[in-house]
Design a binder for this molecule. Structure first.
Ligand code: S3P
Length: 443
């Protein structure tokens, strides 16, 4: 799926963007809804599921493992197998570009006495898996290969042991994999995290009936899941993805005269670091109509063109905006003064080395950017940037979308070398940008 023929695209400098739109469902919640549905008894009905390649990959993986996930009308229906009820697949499972899909599924598979070969595309097969495999091996998972990257063959067990595990890196994927494996143990599994990461797995596990306790102890968050869990299928409404809405909001801030509203966006605090930062920069970004849906807070987000100033973005904020640094960097290049973003080590192990790819994309478009260890400094231009460069996306959807956002307001068009990958997380990106008034040109 993701090793498609490259599709380069150039931006067209755009007049004011306006309108009210919805973005597709949150990617993190979509993966989790499918997985918990598969581990439940009975049916789970999901509306608003993100139909990007990554999430569809998870639906196919679960179907291959015996938990049918299929679309009926507008609803995705998962026929659950219960905790420990998945079965041996017929062949290898390809997770495409999806780190979340493969890492969380490692936690799911760990608790089943089955052998599964897992693989992915040219980006995913380079990404570190040790961070997930190390705790899962402690619990009883076996790996056939002496390697830490995909393809890997996992042998799960119905005798997993519970562990207490402190995350060495702030990663919701690692936390989630351990908690999902913990469902299958005869005891309590605890994850400790120093910096809070997105908590969708904990929230959704509770919603499906698991016993999950969260407390703050000695400056750490301690999350404990009770094993031998029984989950019951539920209805899930997936809210709009704040990481997708980010591009539309940032475009509105950059293009003079813009006024854009995105309806029904997830505003869970563990995901809103970008929006806080944009407000600190002087961005006219407001949350209205705050409400709750399916155990998660949502709101409508309105953004209007703004003159921005550079800010310091503290390292503690990184987990709550980890996927948003490329687009924030593009926005920061229009601001007055420097923006310093600290604590970006994890950016180096995303779909690409996003720290290097972002800095290179900025430089190619006449923006000065400095990487200093785990800090990225963008030297703002105090107005429209030059543009005119070609951005290498390295199979990374967020690099492509960030620069396709920046180019709407740059002096000369910005070209990205590939847009095929956008379909992994936000297939409607170009359509929605178009609805707001943006246009693009094929190269
Ligand atoms: C995700 C966690 C983050 C994020 C990814 C989705 C999740 O990854 O970058 O897009 O759904 O748990 P890490 O856990 O590696 O930080």
């Amino acid at each position: 799926m993701s090793d498609a023929v490259p599709r380069p695209l150039s931006t067209v400098r755009t007049a004011a963007l306006s309108g009210r739109v919805r973005v597709p469902g949150d990617k993190s919640i979509s993966h989790r809804a499918l997985m918990l549905g598969a581990l439940s008894t009975g049916k789970t009905r999901i509306t608003g599921l993100l139909e990007g390649e990554d999430v569809i990959g998870t639906a196919k993986a679960l179907t291959a493992l015996g938990a049918l996930a299929e679309k009926e009308g507008d609803t995705w229906v998962v026929t659950g197998r219960g905790v420990g009820g998945l079965s041996q697949p017929d062949g290898p499972i390809d997770f495409g570009n999806s780190g979340t899909g493969v890492r969380l599924m490692m936690g799911v598979i760990a608790g089943h006495p089955i052998t599964v070969k897992m693989t992915g595309d040219a980006s995913l097969t380079k990404r570190p898996m040790r961070r997930v495999l190390a705790p899962l091996k402690q619990m009883g998972l076996e790996i056939a290969e002496d390697r830490e990257t995909l393809p890997l063959t996992l042998r799960g067990s119905d005798q997993l042991v519970p562990i207490v595990y402190e995350l060495p890196v702030p990663s919701a994927q690692v936390k989630s994999a351990v908690l999902l494996a913990g469902l299958h143990t005869a005891g309590e599994t605890t994850v400790l995290e120093r910096e809070p990461t997105r908590d969708h797995t904990e929230r959704m596990l509770r919603y499906f009936g698991a016993d999950v306790q969260t407390e703050r102890v000695d400056g750490k968050t301690r999350i404990t899941v009770k094993g031998d869990a029984e989950l019951a299928g539920r209805d899930v409404v997936v809210p709009g993805d704040p990481s997708s809405a980010a591009f539309l909001v940032c475009a509105a801030l950059l293009v003079p005269g813009s006024d854009v509203t995105i309806e029904g966006v997830l505003v869970n605090e563990s995901r809103t670091g970008l929006y806080v930062t944009l407000q600190e920069m002087g961005g006219d970004v407001t949350f209205t109509n705050a409400r709750e849906e399916g155990g998660e807070p949502i709101a409508d987000i309105r953004a209007r063109f703004s003159r921005l100033k550079g800010v310091n973005v503290p390292a503690e904020r990184a987990p709550s905006m980890i996927d948003e640094y490329p687009v924030l960097s593009c926005v920061a290049s229009f601001a007055e003064g420097d923006t310093r973003m600290h604590g970006l080590a994890e950016l180096k192990v995303k779909e690409s080395d996003r720290l290097a790819a972002t800095a290179a994309g900025l430089e190619a478009n006449g923006v000065k950017a400095t990487v200093d260890g785990d800090t990225l400094i963008v030297h703002g231009n105090g107005g429209p940037v030059a543009g005119g460069g070609i951005v290498t996306t390295h199979l990374d959807h967020r690099i492509a979308m960030a620069f396709l956002t920046m180019g709407l307001a740059s002096e000369a068009p910005v070209t990205v070398d590939d847009t095929a990958m956008i379909a992994t997380s936000f297939p409607q990106f170009l359509d929605l940008m178009g609805q707001l008034g943006a246009s693009y040109r094929e190269k």
